[in-house]
Design a protein around this ligand. Structure first.
Ligand SMILES: [Zn+2]
Length: 97
């Protein structure tokens, strides 16, 4: 059973998506005029080369998902929650990490 709040959220997000789709052309034109798309194209041609994409894909395939995740965040070995603070003890279960 969904609460009224989440129903409202679903309805509003559907309306927003429909409006965005209906105005997709205008939004793309606006992004062009603002300079976002030319900037993105510049970044892509300068930095996101075929080599960079190949290296990224290779890393994602070679490393297990867990390892990629572990580079960014630490997990508690006991309860597996995210360790947001740097410290010796888990904030959720209090075990030493
Ligand atoms: Zn824990």
């Amino acid at each position: 059973m969904m609460s009224i709040g989440s129903r409202k959220f679903v309805v509003v997000s559907i309306i927003v998506v429909v409006l965005l789709l209906a105005n997709a052309g205008a939004i793309v034109g606006w992004l062009y005029s603002v300079g976002v798309i030319p900037l993105a194209e510049h970044i892509r041609s300068e930095y996101v080369t075929g080599t960079a994409i190949a290296i990224t894909v290779a890393l994602l395939i070679l490393l297990p998902g867990r390892a990629v995740w572990a580079i960014c965040v630490r997990h508690c070995p006991v309860c597996d929650c995210l360790l947001l603070r740097r410290g010796k003890y888990c904030g959720e279960c209090g075990s030493r990490v």
